[in-house]
Design a protein around this ligand. Structure first.
Ligand code: SDX
Length: 430
C-alpha cells in the first residue's frame, strides 16, 4: 500500500500520493491538489519543488554525492573521458568500444559548419559576449540541420545529438576567433573532440596549434565534470522549452541564455574576476570576507554556495586537486590559485559561511585550470555550455519520450490590483 500525505485546511482533509525515488527521495505528488481543494503550492525559486522524474543524474546535497546514470563522478573523472561520459549521460549506458567509436565518428562527421554560417559571425561586433553569439548561432545552425521529427528513433536522435554536440564546439571556437580578429579554423578530422576544439581555438595561419596532451586532459576533465547536474536553472530551462515540443536546438539555445547569468554558469568568470580584483588591489582575504559579510552587502563570494550542495560540491574537490597537477604539468604558476585557497580556508572557518553551509562549488576553481590552458575569461561560461550540452540533450529527450509529459506551465499567486474600470484620458491625473 503506497503511503499518502494528508493535508488539513479549513476543516477539510485532503490525501495526496507520495512518490519514492530509487535513491529513497520522497515527494508529495500535488498534481491533484487544486482539483481536490482549489489550493496551489507556492515555492519561489523552486527550492522544495520537484519538476519531474528523471533517471539521468542523482545528487545528494547533504552528502556531496553526484552520479551520472548511477556512476559516481569521482570514478568517471578518474577513468572516463568527456565523449564517453556524454554517451553515458545521453544514452544511459557506458558504450561498448564499437558504440564509442561510432559516436566519435559521428562527432567528426558533423564538426563542420555550413559555409553560409561563417558569414553570420560577421554580424557580431568584436566585443559581443560569446554566450550571446553561441545562443544565436545554435539557432542559426539549426536552420541548416535536418529537423529531428522522431526523437524516439535512436539512430536519428543520435545523429542529431552528435550534430549539436559537435557543432557547438565549432561555433564556440569561431566566436572566439571572430572576437580576436583572427580567421576561423576548420576542424581537423584527425583530432578527437577536445583536441580539435583547442586546435580551432588557438591555431593561426602562421602558427598551427599542436594540442598539448596535458591541456587536453585538463579540459576533458572540466567538460566531464560539467556534463549534467539534474534540474539546475539552465537544464530546467531546456526542459521548459522542450515541453512545448520545441526542437532540441531551440531548447539548447535557451539553456545557453539561462547558463549565462553570474549566479549560474557565469560564476566561473565572476570568480576569476573577483580573484584578479583581489590580486590587483592587494586586499587581504580577510578584508574580502568582511566585505561579503557586511550588513546589506551585495557582494557574494563567487564560486561559493549552492542550492543543493550543503556540503562540498564533489566537482570542486576534484578540480581543486587537479589545479596543482595541471599547473605543474603545464609549467605554470598562478597567484590566483593561492588567493583562492586562502579564501576557501578563511570562509570555511568563518561562522557566516559555516552556518549557511556555503562551500566551494564547481565554479570556484575551474577558472584556474581554464586560465592555465589559455582559455580567455570571457569564454569560461562557453566551456561550461559545451560541457553541459550532453545533459541538456539527455533532459530534452527525456521530456519528449515521457508519455505523460505535459507542457510546463506553473501557476502563480496574483498580487496585483483587483478589478477596476477603464479611465478615459481626460479623467486621468496630469
Ligand atoms: C552553478 O544548480 C546547479 O546545479 C548549478 C550548478 C550546475 O552544475 O548546473 O552547480 C552550477 O550554478 C553553481 C553556482 C554558481 N554560482 C555562484 O557561485 C554564485 C554565488 N553563489 C550564490 O549566488 C548562491 O549560493 C547560489 C545562487 C549558488 C545559490 O543561491 P540560493 O540557493 O538561492 O541561496 P541564497 O541566495 O538563498 O543564500 C542563502 C544565504 C543568504 O544569506 P541570508 O539571506 O540567509 O543572510 O546564503 C547567502 C545568502 O546571502 N549566500 C552567500 C553566498 N551564497 C549564498 N553569501 C555570500 N556569498 C555567497 N556566494
Amino acid at each position: 500500500m503506497s503511503e499518502k500525505a494528508v493535508l488539513q485546511f479549513r476543516g477539510k482533509t485532503y490525501e495526496l500520493p507520495v512518490i519514492v525515488g530509487t535513491e529513497g527521495e520522497i515527494a508529495i505528488d500535488v498534481q491533484s491538489l487544486r482539483a481536490q481543494s482549489g489550493l496551489i503550492t507556492l515555492d519561489e525559486g523552486y527550492a522544495n519543488t520537484g519538476s519531474c522524474r528523471s533517471s539521468i543524474t542523482f545528487i545528494d546535497g547533504e552528502k556531496g554525492i553526484l552520479r551520472y546514470r548511477g556512476y559516481p563522478i569521482e570514478e568517471l573523472a578518474e577513468h572516463s573521458n568527456f565523449v564517453e561520459t556524454a554517451y553515458l549521460v545521453i544514452f544511459g549506458e557506458l558504450p561498448t568500444a564499437q558504440q564509442l567509436a561510432d559516436f566519435r565518428a559521428l562527432l567528426s562527421e558533423h564538426e563542420y559548419l555550413h559555409e553560409d554560417l561563417r558569414h553570420h559571425f560577421e554580424g557580431f561586433p568584436p566585443n559581443a559576449h560569446p554566450m550571446g553569439t553561441l545562443s544565436a548561432m545554435i539557432n542559426a545552425a539549426n536552420s541548416f540541420q535536418p529537423v529531428l521529427l522522431q526523437p524516439e528513433d535512436d539512430a536519428r536522435f543520435m545523429d542529431s545529438a552528435a550534430r549539436l554536440m559537435s557543432k557547438v564546439r565549432t561555433i564556440a571556437a569561431a566566436s572566439y576567433k571572430k572576437s580576436v580578429g583572427q580567421p576561423m579554423n576548420y576542424p581537423r578530422p584527425d583530432l578527437p573532440y577536445v583536441s580539435n576544439f583547442l586546435h580551432m581555438m588557438f591555431s593561426r595561419p602562421n602558427k598551427p596549434y599542436e594540442p598539448d596532451p596535458d591541456a587536453v586532459r585538463a579540459l576533458d576533465l572540466i567538460l566531464t565534470l560539467h556534463a549534467d547536474h539534474e534540474q539546475n536553472c539552465s537544464t530546467s530551462t531546456v526542459r521548459m522549452v522542450g515541453s512545448s515540443q520545441a526542437n532540441m536546438w531551440a531548447s539548447a539555445s535557451a539553456g545557453v541564455c539561462a547558463l549565462w547569468g553570474p549566479l549560474h554558469g557565469g560564476a566561473n568568470t565572476a570568480v576569476v574576476q573577483m580573484l584578479e580584483q583581489i590580486h590587483q588591489s592587494g586586499e587581504s582575504v580577510e578584508q574580502i570576507i568582511v566585505k561579503v559579510k557586511a550588513k546589506n552587502s551585495k557582494m557574494k563570494l563567487m564560486g561559493f554556495g549552492h542550492r543543493v550542495y550543503k556540503n562540498f560540491d564533489p566537482r570542486a574537490k576534484i578540480i581543486k586537486k587537479a589545479c596543482d597537477v595541471v599547473l605543474e604539468k603545464l609549467k605554470r604558476t598562478d597567484p590566483l590559485l593561492d588567493i583562492a585557497k586562502k579564501l576557501e580556508e578563511a570562509a570555511l572557518n568563518d561562522s557566516y559561511f559555516v552556518e549557511r553551509k556555503l562551500y566551494p562549488n564547481v565554479d570556484f576553481y575551474s577558472g584556474i585550470i581554464l586560465r592555465a590552458i589559455g582559455i580567455p575569461v570571457n569564454m569560461f561560461t562557453v566551456i561550461f555550455a559545451i560541457g553541459r550540452m550532453p545533459g541538456w540533450i539527455a533532459n530534452w529527450r527525456e521530456v519528449h519520450l515521457d508519455p505523460n509529459s505535459r507542457i510546463y506551465r506553473p501557476r502563480q499567486i496574483y498580487t496585483g490590483p483587483t478589478l477596476r474600470s477603464y479611465v478615459p484620458m481626460e479623467q486621468r491625473g496630469r
